[in-house]
Design a protein around this ligand. Structure first.
Ligand code: AMP
Length: 116
């Protein structure tokens, strides 16, 4: 079992967040420090710490995160222009919150894929 994080508290309704989607597998909410006009975090309700901790039984939930991302991109009106999905892992990936999450960024050109 992963350690609890702020995202676990948001999933359980124990911490405030601007939740835009929630079902039995995933929760999506607006990033508190948005890096683009649309910046939504999509997280599994199950506390998986990092991509390194993903197990075969998580496949359905992780696939569902993409389905939710596509739906939210459509709702945000950014699907046609495009957007970026990012999952950071550990130190070199720039992960700060150790509850796996997918960033959905759009609403402007997001720029280079990686910093030089
Ligand atoms: P990462 O670097 O991939 O771990 O990204 C963590 C993201 O979580 C950052 O973009 C933060 O701005 C965001 N974040 C941290 N705390 C909160 C919070 N309470 N509500 C919404 N977003 C948060």
């Amino acid at each position: 079992m992963s350690e609890d994080t702020i995202f676990g508290k948001i999933v359980r309704g124990e911490a405030p967040a601007d939740i835009v989607f929630q079902d039995d597998r995933v929760t999506a909410f607006r990033d508190i420090t948005p890096q683009a006009p649309t910046h939504i975090l999509i997280v599994p309700n199950k506390a998986i710490a990092t991509v390194n901790d993903v197990k075969p039984e998580d496949e359905e939930t992780l696939g569902h995160m993409f389905v939710v991302a596509a739906r939210l991109a459509e709702e945000e009106g950014i699907a046609d222009d495009g957007y970026r999905l990012i999952v950071n892992c550990n130190r070199d990936g720039g992960q700060i919150v150790f509850h796996l999450h997918m960033h959905l960024l759009g609403g402007r050109p997001i720029g280079r894929m990686v910093a030089r």
